[in-house]
Design a protein around this ligand. Structure first.
Ligand SMILES: NC(=O)c1ccc[n+]([C@@H]2O[C@H](COP(=O)([O-])OP(=O)(O)OC[C@H]3O[C@@H](n4cnc5c(N)ncnc54)[C@H](OP(=O)(O)O)[C@@H]3O)[C@@H](O)[C@H]2O)c1
Length: 243
């Protein structure tokens, strides 16, 4: 049995992953942006090992999420699932928050970061990046997913004791994916659950996965120079180092 923390787990893929993990007998700590959204987790909230709240677009609240979650830890796995598709908060929620939580929480055995096939059209250009206001940055979602995928790979290369992987869940019909999304919602959380609960075998750390198959990510993801540049930019912005 594993102890697993999932961000953004009051709805969508995070909630589905939480439900599947609890059905398998794991202890799950939920996260929602506030107590009203946490209530949407319904019965799952009562069965959870714990729950924390905080807006991941806000730096101070993200630090408090790490503090709250830390009280339920240490975790065997953390799934960095929370994400937004558009608006000024895209980089803060999709990239900065996973970085801050990764740096502040005690190292789990396994880390899973939600990426997207759209990361492939991201640009590895961090020059003058404004992490707090992505509204005017075209392709900000793709950029945010490229960066979080590179973060997963950077963590894998720096922390050999941790399995760190990124997952494309497919284009699935959640609130973000929209009703017309073509991929299977039932498969949307399966790879995250698998990566969060299994070790060894032919799976290596630092992978980019789609439906339990390893896929080739954007070349910048594996570029040690870009990984270092990304970590430096995030450390400069947050004042928090990844040790
Ligand atoms: N659905 C797809 O087709 C698809 C494809 C590729 C990748 N993904 C990725 O999969 C992950 C899950 O997405 P989903 O499809 O399940 O979308 P969703 O239904 O919109 O769920 C997103 C989750 O993130 C939470 N969240 C967003 N902003 C937050 C903030 N500022 N503070 C705290 N929590 C916040 C949401 O909370 P609220 O409900 O309170 O907003 C919600 O729980 C995301 O990282 C997304 O980028 C999804």
């Amino acid at each position: 049995m594993a102890r697993i923390f999932i961000t953004g787990s009051a709805g969508g893929l995070g909630l589905n992953a939480a439900r599947a993990l609890m059905q398998q007998g794991h202890d799950v700590v939920l996260h929602a942006r506030n107590s009203f959204r946490l209530a949407d987790a319904g019965l799952l909230r009562e069965r959870a090992a714990g729950a924390v709240v905080g807006n991941l677009a806000d730096f101070d609240e993200t630090v408090r999420v790490a503090e709250q979650a830390g009280r339920y830890g240490p975790f065997d796995a953390v799934i960095h699932n929370a994400g937004v598709y558009s608006g000024s908060e895209v980089l803060a929620v999709n990239t900065v928050a996973p970085y801050v939580l990764t740096a502040l929480l005690a190292r789990p055995r396994r880390l899973v970061y939600l990426s997207s096939g759209m990361h492939r059209s991201g640009t590895p250009d961090l020059q003058g990046i404004d992490w707090t206001d992505a509204a005017r940055r075209s392709g900000a979602y793709s950029d945010s997913k490229l960066y979080v995928t590179a973060l997963a790979a950077a963590v894998a290369s720096r922390w050999p004791d941790v399995e760190s992987n990124a997952v494309d869940p497919g284009w699935v019909p959640t609130r973000m994916g929209g009703r017309g999304a073509p991929d299977d919602l039932e498969l949307g959380h399966v790879t995250q659950v698998w990566l969060a609960t299994h070790s060894g075998g032919d799976r290596e750390s630092g992978g980019y996965w789609f439906h339990q198959q390893r896929r080739e990510p954007h070349p910048a993801v594996k570029d040690p120079g870009f990984q270092a540049e990304l970590l430096e930019a995030l450390e400069r912005h947050t004042g928090i180092a990844l040790r």
